[in-house]
Design a protein around this ligand. Structure first.
Ligand SMILES: Cc1cc2nc3c(=O)[nH]c(=O)nc-3n(C[C@H](O)[C@H](O)[C@H](O)COP(=O)(O)OP(=O)(O)OC[C@H]3O[C@@H](n4cnc5c(N)ncnc54)[C@H](O)[C@@H]3O)c2cc1C
Ligand SMILES: NC(=O)c1ccc[n+]([C@@H]2O[C@H](COP(=O)([O-])OP(=O)(O)OC[C@H]3O[C@@H](n4cnc5c(N)ncnc54)[C@H](OP(=O)(O)O)[C@@H]3O)[C@@H](O)[C@H]2O)c1
Length: 446
């Protein structure tokens, strides 16, 4: 009997899984019956911009966390698909940093070329998954939100590819309830122009903080103040940018900080990260992990240890993204196809513990690049996943971190060599600080 596999989510991770199965089918291998459930009306996951916040058009949690004028925060050479290069897609060499619509176009191109849309049920929200030990089957309950109809179907395997940067972590600070300006989480940030001319307070000191702060600066906020909990970001910020320690409370339109300073503010943007959140999963199937490189409970970062018929993709903290999702997807595919044997639970536990210990021994965040590169390489070497030069990609990430230290507002003007074509990307026609129009047309012009 043909196995049945459910994939939850058609973002970059879920699409990688479909590519992996399709590439096996193209080689004449019998693949399982596959259904990919996607609650949005299109694939691409977070890369689908939505103006909505809160709930989507069907009343489900709005998935989108991206904003209108977002650019990739790493060079495209760090995530390029080894079997579908940027040059192949755009029919010309393009710069290293891309606005969101350009990256989405690339994702679309690969998916369309492979013809994997046939596996996806759009506008279909997975509401529940249960495992029946006797039948050794998962029962997936999903709602087709357009037809307003519920489906209940059984599967041999479930692959969760629902992402982990969508459910905001929202802390409370004294005085929030009396503040009359906007308080929002990065998840709901859509357009920096909303904050033009305003004094903005950003809470948090990681990627969202630095990028949303930079966006607000670029689109005309009067001042940007970043409040860090542990360490400042420490870049050489423009003059109207500052970093202050922990926020204590907010009162009468002013924010008060741990070092005794205070500052008038108009709006507060909480860039305080996200939670791994799976409302559709019961306790026994739900992954519980920190946002880290070596996740808890996932053997080789993919196989759910308490139930090895279930898999998770893309649940790690991410240096590597699209190319890591491919490596994971090919690995999971080969387990399902019976080409790779998963060891027993005792060995899986040892593997997970060893990976976490190795991560804890890393000297700094830069070492994390090599750690994740080695992980991607390990998975790729076990399958026929398309290969790329991981040493080159590691070096690109290291250089990119250096570029950010040299100039947080200029690092996106740098060019990198592709780890696949080995060609150097051209300069963009406009510097990032002046490139206000993020459309595909504007980007590809000239
Ligand atoms: C603001 C922001 C900017 C980022 N920028 C970059 C960047 O520049 N470069 C980079 O490489 N990475 C970036 N990332 C990281 C991002 O996580 C990955 O690029 C990528 O989108 C992860 O893909 P994914 O498929 O794992 O998850 P997602 O992209 O989140 O996709 C998950 C999919 O699952 C669907 N889904 C969720 N729940 C259900 C359900 N119950 N039923 C059906 N479908 C469901 C969602 O609708 C979505 O389509 C960024 C993340 C954020 C938040
Ligand atoms: N342009 C882009 O491409 C772009 C833009 C934004 C985000 N992203 C991506 O989005 C992902 C998530 O990044 P993120 O920055 O949102 O999350 P993150 O990296 O998990 O960082 C969360 C931040 O919130 C802080 N924090 C958590 N709880 C807090 C609290 N109670 N009070 C104060 N601070 C608190 C943390 O502080 P500590 O450090 O003190 O723990 C940390 O600085 C990353 O993969 C990133 O690459 C990309």
């Amino acid at each position: 009997m043909t196995k049945r596999v459910a994939i939850i989510g058609a973002g970059p991770s879920g699409l990688s899984q479909l590519h992996a199965f399709q590439s096996a089918a193209n080689k004449g291998i019998n693949i399982p019956h596959i259904v990919c459930y996607e609650k949005q009306s299109a694939w691409g996951g977070l890369w689908n911009y939505t103006w909505r916040t809160g709930v989507d058009e069907h009343g489900n949690n709005c998935h989108g966390s991206m904003y209108k004028n977002l650019w990739s925060n790493g060079p495209k050479e760090g995530l390029e698909y080894a079997d579908y290069t940027f040059e192949q897609h755009f029919k010309k060499a393009i710069p290293s940093y891309l606005p969101r619509p350009v990256l989405l176009d690339y994702i679309n191109g690969r998916a369309e070329k492979a013809g994997i849309g046939k596996y996806i049920r759009f506008n279909t929200n997975v509401r529940d998954v249960r495992y029946n030990v006797v039948k050794a089957k998962f029962t997936v309950t999903a709602r087709d939100c357009l037809k307003d109809k519920e489906f209940v179907e059984d599967y041999d395997h479930v692959i969760v590819a629902s992402g982990h940067f969508s459910m905001p972590n929202v802390p409370y600070y004294d005085g929030f309830e009396h503040f009359s300006g906007r308080i929002l989480h990065a998840h709901d940030f859509r357009d920096a122009r909303e904050f033009e001319g305003q004094d903005i307070l950003i809470v948090g000191s990681s990627y969202s903080a630095e990028d949303i702060g930079s966006q607000c600066w670029k689109y005309g906020s009067k001042t940007v103040t970043i409040s860090y909990r542990n360490n400042p970001i420490g870049y050489d910020w423009p003059p109207n940018f500052s970093e202050l320690p922990t926020l204590l409370f907010v009162k009468d339109g002013k924010a008060y900080f741990k070092n005794g300073q205070s500052k008038k503010i108009d709006a507060i943007i909480l860039c305080t990260g996200y939670k791994h959140y799976f409302s559709f999963l019961p306790d026994d199937l739900r992954l519980k992990t920190e946002n880290r490189l070596a996740t808890s409970d996932l053997y080789k970062g993919t196989v759910f240890n308490p139930n090895s018929a279930m898999f998770y993709l893309g649940m790690q903290d991410q240096w590597y993204t699209f190319n890591m999702f491919d490596a994971q997807a090919w690995y999971v595919r080969d387990i399902i196809l019976g080409k790779i044997v998963v060891p027993d639970e005792r060995l899986r536990v040892l593997d997970i513990a060893a990976r976490q210990k190795a991560e804890e021994r890393l000297e700094d965040s830069l070492a994390g690049i090599f750690y994740q590169g080695a992980y991607v390489s390990e998975l790729i070497n076990e399958t026929d996943c398309p290969r790329f030069e991981i040493g080159m990609t590691n070096r690109a990430f290291i250089e990119y971190v250096g570029h950010k230290k040299e100039g947080i507002m200029t690092f996106r003007d740098q060019c990198f060599k592709s780890a696949i074509t080995k060609r150097l990307a051209p300069m963009h026609h406009t510097r990032w600080t002046e490139a206000m129009d993020v459309s595909l047309e504007s980007y590809l012009a000239k």
